[in-house]
Design a protein around this ligand. Structure first.
Ligand SMILES: Nc1ncnc2c1ncn2[C@@H]1O[C@H](COP(=O)(O)OP(=O)(O)O)[C@@H](O)[C@H]1O
Ligand SMILES: [Mg+2]
Length: 289
């Protein structure tokens, strides 16, 4: 992630965006996009393209390779800006705030957006994350397009999460999906705090609430697949379940196994921290009934 994504976003020019989009497009055909291709895509003179590229390089938005020929590519930093730009153009985001979460496979920012300037969260997916050096090493061993696997995986992950939220909201207590582009999604801010990082007063009531959401999601054809105290927010009104990209459907071969793992994680957390005991088989039966 860029350290100063807001600042960079504000200073980047339309022409610089156009060059990034040119590289993005041509990366379908090249691991390192030749300068000539960028010029033909943008319709800018070679000299101007060189100048823009050098500015982008200063901002660490592009990577350059000069081994066989001069070529360029982009990585998550630039993809983040391209997705952000799409959200801003559509009005789903107006201003970017602070980082509010980093997960195993994501970076999450607070932002404001929409007509009423409400608070939203932008989740930038980071699947198949690898250092830029590794991308280079891997290239030798893999076929075409493999150099884009991190990007395709992240895009797929964002789309899956957006689809899950669309299906679940508002019946199930999840963030409201607002927008999605490339590898990023915009959603409402989850209310409250992560279950893992707070202490609740009526744990039995909250556990019932959580299991009720799991049951409703199952009815709508969705099993979370990565449920734990880290992906559940609790607030005075109830709970909100986040982080859905790895969801599976009840017809999936491992559906019951994953549902058991989800429920098992929640039950063992409540047992560990609040000494609440529930029979997992009984719980599962009420969910799949
Ligand atoms: N809608 C949201 N509202 C508030 N915080 C969020 C939201 N989505 C994610 N976060 C924060 O970002 C962290 C990482 O997001 P998460 O969806 O769990 O992704 P990961 O798969 O990387 O764990 C969460 O643990 C949480 O702290
Ligand atoms: Mg998570």
């Amino acid at each position: 992630m860029l350290e100063n994504i807001s600042e960079t976003f504000l200073t980047i020019t339309n022409k610089e965006f156009r060059v990034l989009i040119a590289i993005e497009n041509k990366m379908k055909f090249y691991e390192w996009v030749p300068i000539k291709e960028i010029a033909s895509f943008t319709n800018y003179e070679l000299k101007e393209v060189s100048y823009i590229l050098s500015n982008l390089a200063v901002n660490k938005l592009i990577h350059r390779n000069i081994q066989e020929y001069e070529g360029y590519r982009i990585y998550f930093e630039a993809y983040d800006l391209l997705a952000l730009n799409a959200f801003v153009k559509r009005g789903s985001v107006n201003a970017l705030g602070d980082e509010i979460g980093v997960g195993k496979e994501s970076v999450v920012y607070e932002a404001t957006g929409g007509i009423i300037d409400r608070h939203v969260a932008i989740k930038f997916h980071r699947e198949g994350k690898m250092s830029f050096k590794k991308v280079r090493v891997k290239r030798e061993h893999t076929g075409e397009r493999k150099h884009l696997s991190w990007l395709y995986a992240s895009r797929l992950s964002a789309k899956r999460e957006y689809d899950a939220l669309k299906t679940l909201y508002p019946e199930v207590s999840v963030p409201e999906p607002v927008d999605y582009n490339r590898h990023a999604i915009v959603m409402s801010i989850a209310k409250g705090e992560e279950l893992a990082h707070t202490t609740i007063n009526e744990p039995d009531w909250y556990l019932d609430e959580i299991l009720e959401q799991v049951r409703k999601a199952y009815r709508l054809g969705i099993i979370h697949g990565d449920l734990s105290e880290f992906n559940i927010f609790v607030n005075p009104e109830g709970c909100e379940i986040i982080d859905w990209p790895q969801y599976i459907t009840p017809s999936h071969a491992n559906a019951i196994e994953l549902l058991q793992r989800d429920i098992g994680n929640v039950l063992s957390f409540f047992n560990r921290k609040y000494r609440i005991k529930r029979d997992i088989r009984e719980v599962i039966n009420t969910i799949v009934a």
